[in-house]
Design a protein around this ligand. Structure first.
Ligand SMILES: Cc1cc2nc3c(=O)[nH]c(=O)nc-3n(C[C@H](O)[C@H](O)[C@H](O)COP(=O)(O)OP(=O)(O)OC[C@H]3O[C@@H](n4cnc5c(N)ncnc54)[C@H](O)[C@@H]3O)c2cc1C
Length: 500
């Protein structure tokens, strides 16, 4: 059992660094949203909300894009105030697609995982850092129909891919590149306005003691058009907290980046300052979206307010990113889209390291804190993502705050505790310093059967493990002009054209 350290055990200097969203909170069922077809004019609205964006970071980023193009239009961003997955994510900006593409989920590794789930092969201990797999298919808890569709998709994908890469993967990489470029633009604008940045771009590190595994990743990234370079020992010492006295192999993934904490708050505060007369942020839970019977466009939204009252507001357009599939057409109990929950463990750590050890690695004691804050995000081949956010020099010690996530527990809303044990084993074995676990919880990403995010009936979903990175991809159909074709192939083709 991995133990958490009470906050009272932390040095006050380290405690002061923790981000606003430190506390892990219990799981709560999402509030459903109903799409109600109505005649425009048949609904009385108490106020005008203009162009309406609700949900998580993907909705907020589309609001930013919209305001840039239409600074005089009224824009409302609404969130119910519940924990966003993005706040628990690894905060890494990465171009690569979701797990279906990774070698760790190739056909043979997948077969081994399933045999282990069926107890036909012995389980690997989480302490075994060389052989542990972070992918879990807990068969006893799984809906058989979903499992069959997952596997069917995986096999079809393997048949259609060239060198392990499908057309969808390439399309996603392009969309994420454009998204990260926009995040950088917005972050630079926030910094130029005298506030803290939200995103830094450069490179991300993939590391492992397994040289062959790193070479396989490099070949895959090359096929995806993602440029990489091998990490040299000097960079390992000055840009990572990895030990330099054991053989480790690192791949610099160029063009990736990392997000800092509290991205949403920083962006909404910036929008409020930049567009004081046209941008409004509100806490409310959306319960109904009224759709014009004739045009299929949203024209009003019912909101439940924190004081328990409700109000109906008129909207010019609607864009939702609720992070769940509890969206229904009026009178139907079947959600508008199916989804596969994939859950990982999400943690916050404080690493304390002797100052003289860092000075030795860096060759100087100048700007230690800034160097650490600029460290690239890293991931290993068992999906351990570590992102350093902040640091402070406290006498002879340096305290460093890091977000770490790991694991893909398919069709489950709770993380597999073995991932936390494996994460801890990896940290203890390969990183310098003394690491204290501050919080740990489950974080569920929602994917579709395929690995392609979809925009369906005015909602974006299926963002999976790339949602933070994908959140600001340019979508030209925000005005609500999009009309969904039910034919998935036609739909995907059209979205592809509109995305650019
Ligand atoms: C462990 C883990 C690590 C990850 N790491 C990364 C990473 O490193 N990089 C990356 O790119 N992605 C990462 N992701 C994925 C990313 O976090 C998600 O894909 C992304 O946050 C999904 O955004 P969302 O808006 O769909 O959902 P969310 O971020 O959950 O936001 C939805 C928000 O809408 C609110 N809401 C829901 N219903 C209503 C309603 N009716 N009215 C008002 N508000 C409502 C919710 O309460 C929530 O606040 C990770 C995910 C996990 C689980």
């Amino acid at each position: 059992m991995v133990q958490m350290s009470p906050l009272s055990e932390l040095a006050p200097a380290a405690r002061a660094l923790l981000p606003e969203s430190t506390a892990e909170i219990p799981y709560k069922d999402p509030s459903p949203i109903v799409l109600v077809p109505k005649r425009r004019g048949s609904i009385e609205c108490s106020k005008q909300a203009g162009h309406y964006f609700m949900g998580g970071l993907p909705a907020l980023m589309q609001a930013v894009r919209f305001l840039r193009q239409n600074p005089t239009s009224v824009v409302t961003y609404v969130n119910d105030g519940e924990r966003k997955k993005s706040t628990q994510s690894a905060h890494q900006g990465h171009v690569h697609p979701t797990e279906w593409t990774t070698p760790e989920l190739g056909v043979w590794p997948l077969l081994k995982i399933i045999l282990k789930s069926l107890h036909l092969l012995p389980a690997t201990s989480p302490e075994d850092v060389a052989h542990y797999s972070y992918i879990h298919f807990p068969l006893s808890k799984m809906r058989p129909s979903l499992f069959v569709r997952n596997i069917a998709f995986k096999l079809m994908r393997a048949l259609r891919s060239k060198n392990g890469v499908s057309e969808d993967d390439r399309w996603q990489c392009d969309a994420v590149r454009a998204s990260l470029a926009f995040h950088k633009e917005v972050s630079d604008e926030i910094e130029a306005a005298g506030q803290e940045p939200t995103f830094v771009s450069g490179w991300r590190l993939i590391w492992s003691p397994d040289r062959l595994g790193i070479e396989k990743k490099r070949a895959l990234w090359h096929e995806l058009g993602i440029h990489t370079e091998l990490l040299c020992l000097d960079e390992l010492r000055t840009c990572t907290l990895l030990r330099d006295d054991i053989p480790l192999y690192g791949l610099k993934v160029l063009g990736d980046g990392k997000f800092f904490p509290n991205v949403d708050q920083k962006i909404t505060s910036h929008l409020s300052r930049k567009y004081p007369n046209t941008f409004e942020e509100r806490t409310a839970s959306v319960s109904k979206v009224y759709i014009d019977e004739e045009t299929n466009r949203p024209f009003a939204v019912e909101e439940l307010l924190p004081d328990g009252s409700s109000q109906t507001v008129a909207v010019d357009s609607f864009y939702g990113s609720p992070g769940h599939n509890q969206v229904f057409k009026s009178g139907s109990k079947k959600p508008l889209w199916d989804e596969v929950p994939v859950t990982g463990v999400s943690t916050l750590w404080v690493a304390s390291i002797a100052k003289k050890e860092l000075v030795k690695r860096f060759g100087t004691d100048e700007d230690l804190v800034n160097c650490l804050k600029q460290f690239p995000g890293s991931a290993n081949l068992t999906n351990l993502h570590i992102t350093i956010w902040d640091a402070v020099v406290d006498g002879d010690t340096v305290h460093i705050v890091a977000r770490a996530t790991q694991g893909a527990n398919f069709n489950a809303i709770y993380a597999d505790p073995n991932d936390l044990a494996n994460m801890t084993a990896n940290i203890n074995r390969f990183f310098i310093g003394s690491w204290k676990l501050i919080t740990a919880g489950s974080c569920t990403r929602k994917t579709t059967i395929s690995n392609v995010p979809e925009f369906k009936d005015h909602f974006i979903h299926g963002l999976s493990g790339i949602g933070f990175s994908f959140s600001a991809a340019p979508i030209s159909h925000l005005s609500g002009a999009i009309k969904l074709s039910e034919d998935p192939l036609e739909y995907q083709q059209r979205i592809r054209e509109e995305w650019h």
